[in-house]
Design a protein around this ligand. Structure first.
Ligand code: MG
Ligand code: ZN
Length: 220
């Protein structure tokens, strides 16, 4: 019983901090996305392609969440975006307080889009609001088409879903029709982008969505 109460308190405190992050984004017209996927789905590569595709018209900043190390943060810096590394030292997700601390390191007035790359995990990142406008879930074809059925919470919360590595479809048993059907069962509205960060196939629609979301959140 006690454990349940503790978890509730943790989530309530997180929600309050997430609200403050959301206010910061709102005041400045920043679009904030919370990028969630299993390890290896291609979150960082999608970010590299996105930054390359939309800079400098859109100014990007990235909060790079990892258990340890700065491998991905170095890739993002090389792609030309402002980046802050957050190491969770074993923690399997980011929380709103970690993101709030990272935000202090950015010149927020010079940023249009903040992407928070969460720790690779489809489970508890679903529970922790970070203040984002949308959760974006990335699923890659080698992982299998059963992920939406096995991890429904995160797919039900997604504001957009990316099916990455479609160039590898022929080498896998991934059934795109089944995956899309299972996503639609729990999420009627989120756009689903089928793309390959490696070949560039399908990237245009994703970039267009991001631009239109940015325009919708920009300060009038
Ligand atoms: Mg990564
Ligand atoms: Zn966790």
């Amino acid at each position: 019983m006690t454990e349940i109460k503790i978890l509730k308190n943790i989530l309530a405190a997180n929600q309050a901090t997430a609200g403050r992050n959301r206010d910061l984004f709102g005041e400045r017209g920043i679009l904030a996305l919370n990028l969630i996927a299993s390890p290896g789905a291609g979150k960082t590569t999608l970010l590299e392609r996105t930054i390359a595709g939309l800079s400098p018209a859109l100014r990007f900043a990235v909060v790079e969440g990892d258990i340890t190390g700065d491998h991905d943060a170095r890739r993002i810096a090389a792609a030309g975006a402002a980046v802050v590394q957050v190491n969770t030292e074993g923690g399997c997700h980011l929380d709103a307080a970690m993101v709030g601390e990272a935000l202090k390191e950015f010149a927020l007035d010079a940023i249009d889009v903040i992407v928070i790359e969460n720790v690779g995990n489809l489970v508890c990142p679903a529970e922790f609001d970070l203040g984002e406008a949308h959760k974006v879930v990335v699923l890659s074809t080698p992982e299998g088409d059963d992920k939406p059925a096995k991890y429904p919470l995160i797919f039900s919360e997604a504001g957009a879903v990316v099916i990455n590595k479609v160039d590898m479809l022929a080498a896998t048993d991934f059934d795109t029709t089944a995956a899309v059907r299972d996503i639609r069962r729990i999420n009627r509205d989120a756009p689903i982008f089928q793309l390959s960060c490696r070949t560039g196939q399908g990237l245009g629609a994703w970039l267009q969505w991001l631009q239109s979301e940015r325009a919708a959140h920009a300060k009038k």
